[in-house]
Design a protein around this ligand. Structure first.
Ligand SMILES: NC(=O)c1ccc[n+]([C@@H]2O[C@H](COP(=O)([O-])OP(=O)(O)OC[C@H]3O[C@@H](n4cnc5c(N)ncnc54)[C@H](OP(=O)(O)O)[C@@H]3O)[C@@H](O)[C@H]2O)c1
Length: 328
């Protein structure tokens, strides 16, 4: 089988494809024939050894996948050969076959295609956890989403609208904003060409917003924090801009507001039952079409440089996937 490998830290150009023997599932494990491996922004950081997840070298990048069960070890967890599944493993998915513990798999509903399933765990899982358990977002509240056309951003637009919030989607181009309007954004702000704080003030009639979803950080965080209303919540999702902001804490005092961290990777091990309930809800939403799980593009494994480049150049509209030969 073919596997994309990182055997020394560096940019995507340092990765390469190798032939490896098929892995063999042990007790409580399944051998998966991977259909799609999903890439996330953080994969760029993982391969450069700049992320909190530090897989031992050599490893395959990509943290989540969809595929079919090709073999099962003893203790099959109720799965059978041929089942269509998705899973999250943290790294190791950009390969034609992988071994995964059965308790990390979820069966796909019949109506959910494998490409849409591949990227559901991380972006939508993070976002449902953020908006439900961390922000306690309520029907009728105003939700501002920064980086709204990217992976987690698009998920926040969709889930926010589904939870009954008025979503103000913010991004760096009019093309990106036209795209997110199709997924439930009521209002949009181009933060490359207009003043984010002034626009949010205008759009809320001076009242301020209830929740900010911030996967970008850098220079956007402070104006977003200043745009919160009384008892607003700023969700710290990530720092795609490359800069961890240090906003003045007097703003938190003056607004009686909260800055709330979101760490999905730890949430799913610390609160597994809540995570499983979230994943069941997301599979229902995706199967019924209530969320789109939009795929920007699925690149053949050998086109991995193009796939990583799409994310690095800020071009991704939703999810970027690597497609394996066995994909239906
Ligand atoms: N907290 C958690 O548990 C968790 C889980 C998953 C992901 N994350 C984090 O969320 C962030 C976004 O991840 P993603 O996979 O959604 O990324 P993505 O699809 O690449 O989207 C990131 C967005 O950030 C904006 N951006 C601003 N400056 C950028 C830059 N220098 N390079 C790239 N994008 C830039 C872009 O929107 P504009 O061009 O419109 O500004 C882009 O659409 C990452 O920091 C990731 O680590 C956190």
């Amino acid at each position: 089988m073919k596997a994309l490998m990182c055997d020394k830290y560096g940019p995507p150009e340092a990765l390469h494809i190798v032939d490896l023997p098929d892995p063999v599932p042990g007790e409580g494990e399944a051998l998966i024939e991977v259909s799609y491996a999903s890439l996330n922004f953080f994969d760029l950081l993982v391969i450069e050894n700049k992320y909190q997840v530090k897989p031992p070298l050599p490893f395959s990048p990509a943290a989540e996948f969809s595929g079919r069960i090709a073999a099962l070890g003893p203790g099959d967890g109720g799965f059978k050969i041929g089942d269509r599944v998705l899973g999250y493993t943290g790294f190791g998915c950009a390969r034609e076959k992988l071994v995964c513990p059965v308790d990390k798999l979820a069966a796909l509903p019949a109506s959910l295609p494998e490409d849409k399933a591949a990227g559901l765990s991380i972006t939508y899982g993070t976002t449902l956890h953020a908006l439900k358990q961390r922000a306690d977002l309520k029907n009728g509240e105003t939700l501002v989403v920064l980086g709204a056309s990217g992976g987690v951003g698009l998920a926040a637009v969709e889930i926010g609208a589904l939870m009954g919030a008025k979503v103000i989607a913010c991004a760096s181009s009019d093309e990106k904003l036209a795209f997110v309007r199709k997924f439930g954004a009521a209002e949009t702000v181009n933060y490359a060409t207009s003043d984010l704080r002034a626009e949010l003030k205008r759009l809320t009639g001076g009242r301020g917003v209830d929740v900010v979803y911030d996967p970008v950080g850098g220079a956007l965080t402070e104006p977003a924090l200043r745009s919160l209303g009384w008892k607003g919540r700023l969700l710290v999702i990530g720092f795609a801009s490359g800069e961890i902001p240090k906003p003045p804490l007097n703003l938190v005092l003056l607004k009686g507001c909260d800055i709330r961290g979101v760490f999905w990777g730890d949430f799913l091990t610390r609160e597994p039952q809540v995570h499983l309930a979230n994943m069941a809800a997301l599979l229902d939403y995706a199967a019924s079409g209530a969320i789109s799980a939009h795929v920007h593009a699925a690149y053949p494994l050998e086109s991995y440089l193009e796939a990583f480049g799409t994310i690095a150049r800020r071009e991704a509209l939703g999810k970027v996937l690597l497609k394996m030969p066995s994909a239906a």
